[in-house]
Design a protein around this ligand. Sequence first.
Ligand code: TYD
Length: 221
Amino acid sequence: MKGLFITFEGPDGAGKTTQVALLAEYLKELGFEYITTREPGGTLIGNQIRQILLEPSYHELKGQTEILLYAASRAQLVHEIILPALEKGKIVLCDRYIDASIAYQAYGLGIDRKIVEEINRFASSNLKPDRTYLLDIKPELGRKRLIERNQKNKKHLDRIEQKDILYHQRVYQGFMDLAKEEPNRIIKINADQPVLQIFEKIKSDFHFFLQSRLMKGELSL
Ligand code: TYD
């Protein structure tokens, strides 16, 4: 039987990675079998693609190339890691997925959404998340957090993070539109609050979601 595919999305600096780790810790306590992964990357091949995508000096990278590289990393991750885990009945927690390509490449770069969707349908063999937690933070605040975090960790902004605020506002709009279109899958959570308060919201939704799936008999974990 199939497991569960849960994704986390949001503007840069929203704090997804922390929430993925908290939910993973919680699943461990409950005794569920799970894996965590991230995009772009999550595989040996995907991590090499990630390096190209995020290298701050690659200003010449074209939009078409960017879409295809995100999709290539995703294709590898879906087929090498995610689908086999789901087939074993595991819960898969993934830091970003196709919604990010709709927000960052279609809305952000202004590339036809239908094309981005079609490429990703192929790349993912049409695998869709069962549930998505969208951490809602205004791009201005996300950026501020990122800069503070990077100063602390002595890191530089990557190629995508370096893009101007107008780009990040379009990305934000993309996420908001997606949440409106698919309210049954995408759960929007205010990320401008303490980490543990955000996690409480995720945890309570996750419980509700798990119960409803178990009751409908759509899941056996
Ligand atoms: P992410 O791993 O979330 O950043 P961080 O290293 O801070 O945790 O994602 C890296 C960047 O890639 C981020 O700016 C969003 C961007 N991205 C896209 O533009 N399209 C995509 O399809 C994905 C998955 C990520």
